[in-house]
Structures are given as structure tokens and as C-alpha cells.
Design a protein around this ligand. Sequence first.
Ligand code: PLP
Length: 292
Amino acid sequence: DGVIWMDGEMVPWRDAKTHVLTHTLHYGLGCFEGVRAYNTANGPAIFRLKEHTDRLFRSAHILNMKMPFSKDEINEAQRAAVRENNLDEAYLRPMAFLGSEGMGLRADNLKVHVMVAAWSWPSYMSPEAKEMGIKVRTSSYTRHHVNITMCKAKANGNYINSMLALNEAISGGAEEALLLDNEGYVAEGSGENIFIMRDGVLHTPELTSCLEGITRATIMDFARELNIPIKERRITRDEVYIADEAFFTGTAAEVLPIRELDGRVIGAGKRGPVTEKLQAMYFDAVKGKLAE
Ligand code: PLP
């Protein structure tokens, strides 16, 4: 049921198909976004739509894919995907991928296809997790972003490691994975940025091995409003163990407290007061209750 925007038109969900020789399926060069619409007093609203579309275009630029649509068209496609599927809370997945016009790495006649799907996905984490926090395991997989130095693209290929790390964490009894960078510093979760609070200062890894998270930027704005000092710098794994509070941020995970890493309880072992405050501000913002 429902419709998916594909290459400029809405098509029924079951007809939104691609060929088995789709280049991106074979070699993984493509990029995407994860966006959310929330139900607000003024109806469904897509949170940080412009920022997500901008990042999609930056990702495509990094990957040398020429977007065949304008940003305005992709913004409108996302609004239409929510509207025409009658959704009020939705997860949106815009993606740019290479077509099946040619095979092999040298193919130079490939079309860039763009699609936007939207579906109902009310919550990624349970209300209990949002309050009590989750257990996290440091992964044996390191964070590679296409190329170690290219973390600004939200590229399909990055998610191989994310999935291996998440599966490893879950089979080890945790709920999420923490990936380290190639030098052993803390990078990010499988699909989240990480923050720690220590001695009244909010710390988050600098943007050398993690995605430029839109939720991360939002949370940093809130921290500035609250006059909480922020340090963007390399963080070691043991700093997370001894932090007063730790939490993940992401479009799917929102603001998610971490209560344990590798079996070490963090702080009081539940959502800390700063996490709680930032989380409440985030929920107000997505629901349109804070001034933009
Ligand atoms: N890091 C990775 C690897 C991600 O996939 C995501 C999710 O998009 C994030 C961080 C968080 O980014 P955002 O807050 O823009 O959703």
C-alpha cells in the first residue's frame, strides 16, 4: 500500500522496483538519508528537512554522483511522500543510487536515480530505553567511512560495518555498538553520534571519524543555550567508562542514554540530569514546541 517517489513521480509501493543489475546493489556506491516527520500542532512536520537534503547533496557530491534534481524538488518529494501516504509520524528514506545501464567499475553511462520512501515508524527505542538507557558494547569493527578520511558522506557502503557491529553487539547481549576509529579513539554508534558529560563539560568526538549528525548539531545548540561548555575532541574508550553521563544522538535513536559500556556502569547507571534536559528539549523541538 502507499506510494513511493521515484525519479520524479509517485509510483505505487509495489511498483517501486529496481533491476537486479542495479549498479549500487553490486558495488555499493550510493548515498541516502534518514529523516523523520513528527506530528505537531500544525500537522505533520519534517524535522530539519533542509539540513537532511543538504547533507544528501553533499554526500552525492563527495561520491561524484550528479544529482538530477534540485534541492527544492527533493524537499517537495519528501513532503509529498508524507502527505500522499497520509502519515503524521513517519520515517523517510531518500536515496540516490546508480542504475543498471552498465556493469563493471568502469561503467560511465550510469544514471543517478533518486527515490524517497516514507513509512510509519513511531519509535526506534522503547520508552524504557529512553528513560533508563541502553547497554552498549565496543565493537571489534572499526569505523570506516568509505575511506577513513571521508566521513562526511552518508554512503551506503558505510553501513556494512555498522551492521556487523550492531549484530555483534546484540549477539553479545548489548543493545547498540560503539565503533572506534582506526587509531582506537571513540567514533560513533552504528547509526548515532555519541556525547559524554564529565565534570560539567559536554564532550563529543570531533568530525574526523563520525558523521556530521544533524541531531548532534541540534544538541550542541541546546547545550550552548543552557551554557554548558562543549569540547569537540578525541575521546578515549575509558573516558566513556568514567563519564558522569553518556548518550547517543541520531534521527532514529533521538537522544538515547547509555547506561553501560562493556559491562562498566556509567555514572548512576541511568539517564543523567543533563541527558534528561537535552532529551526533553529535543522532544519539544521535533514536536514544534521550540522556536526554530
Ligand atoms: N552516525 C551515523 C553512522 C549515522 O548513520 C547517523 C544517522 O544518520 C548518525 C551518526 C546520526 O546522524 P543524524 O543525527 O543526522 O541522524
